[in-house]
Design a protein around this ligand. Structure first.
Ligand SMILES: [Zn+2]
Length: 365
């Protein structure tokens, strides 16, 4: 005779239940323990799955004293019950079996969901490393113009003390006049600066700050070459390349700050440090070249200066050209600037009438 163990709960018994042994005799379920013996007609028993994963079975029946129940806690006991159960109970046991499967499925779904929630930050990180460019682009899209402005203000405020900015003079006038022509109709409000610095360099920052180093002006042979560099730099702002680069450089911390709306956090403070080492990628350089050529055309400025200046820098054998470290130039890049200029054909351009020799002289310390 197959027996199985159950925990019996019934009115008058300990709340924690009493361990009993069960077996089927005739049309009844016999439950026995020390000083206790019950016989329950099978027709009154309802069976169902219990426990969070359906691995327990509960038998319930009504007695004169009230609702009683008995719990089967292990697979072995459940098997023994099923093996010994008479026909009358078959329907009930099948229902319990179905309930058990359903409950187990729900439990596994819940486990899966919990696992996903726990793994989510790691998935986001993984996504970021696999797809950093696109994620940085997405992050940049979350930044409003106002936020971009604040970001740029902060970064520029940090950088400003290290720059010897000219307050006035013909060089500053030239840069801001050409720059203003190149950015007519832009959604950004540009601020133009000339820094007293022998490096051949220029940079544009989010929030529309553009800084040209005196070393770059010194290297230029025509105002059109300076216009070419400005047209290129400005496109990195217009197309939010600098913003994307910053977000990319700051990585997941920037994403977190964006998600939390934490603009005051220390995270943005390292921005200025980052800026110096940020390098534009090949695609961004190409976009800036092509957008820059269109801006030159709109402004009625001859485009050849852009090509000749970058070409001159690429051929330079002397000291390091700082502009090239952030804006890598290649033969391929120069060739596509040349062919884009040829493609767009000649257009009426007004020569930029600046006395470059006098402007260079004004910059000599
Ligand atoms: Zn560039």
């Amino acid at each position: 005779m197959t027996t199985f163990n159950l925990q019996l709960f019934a009115p008058g018994l300990a709340a924690a239940g009493v361990g009993v042994q069960g077996r089927f005799v005739g049309g009844r379920l016999h439950l026995q323990a020390e000083g206790l013996s019950l016989e329950i007609p099978l027709t009154t028993i309802r069976a169902k799955a219990a426990g969070f994963d359906g691995r327990q079975w509960l038998l319930e029946w009504d007695s004169a004293e009230g609702l009683c129940s008995a719990l089967l806690q292990g697979e072995a006991d459940i098997q023994a019950l099923r093996a010994g159960a008479p026909e009358q109970l078959a329907g009930q046991l099948q229902a319990a079996r179905r309930g058990e499967r359903g409950q187990r499925r729900r439990f596994h779904m819940a486990l899966l969901a919990a696992g996903l929630v726990l793994a989510l930050p790691f998935l986001v990180l993984l996504l970021f490393w696999l797809n950093a460019e696109r994620v940085a682009g997405w992050a940049a899209d979350q930044v409003s113009l106002n936020q971009e402005q604040r970001l740029g203000d902060m970064a520029f405020a940090q950088m400003r003390p290290q720059l010897k900015l000219l307050e006035q003079g013909p060089a500053l006038n030239m840069v801001s006049e050409i720059g203003t022509r190149l950015t007519a109709g832009s959604r950004y409000h540009y601020q133009w600066f000339v820094a007293q610095d022998a490096q051949v360099n220029a940079f544009a920052m989010p929030g529309a700050y553009v800084v040209v180093f005196s070393g770059l002006i010194d290297k230029a042979d025509t105002p059109e070459e300076i216009a070419g560099v400005l047209a290129h730099e400005v496109q990195h702002v217009e197309q939010r390349h600098s913003l994307k680069n910053m977000l990319h450089g700051l990585g997941w911390r920037a994403l977190l700050s964006l998600a939390l709306g934490d603009w005051a956090g220390g995270i943005w403070a390292n921005m200025a440090d980052q800026l110096g080492s940020l390098k534009f990628g090949r695609d961004m350089e190409r976009e800036a070249d092509m957008g820059g050529l269109q801006a030159l055309r709109r402004a009625g400025i001859a485009p050849q200066g852009m090509a000749s200046f970058f070409e001159k820098m690429a051929k330079q054998d002397g000291g390091p050209i700082e502009l090239l470290s952030s804006h890598p130039a290649s033969d391929e890049r120069l060739a596509s600037i040349r062919s884009a200029i040829a493609e767009q054909g000649a257009y009426p351009a007004q020569p930029l009438r600046y006395d470059l020799a006098a402007i260079k002289a004004s910059l000599k310390p």
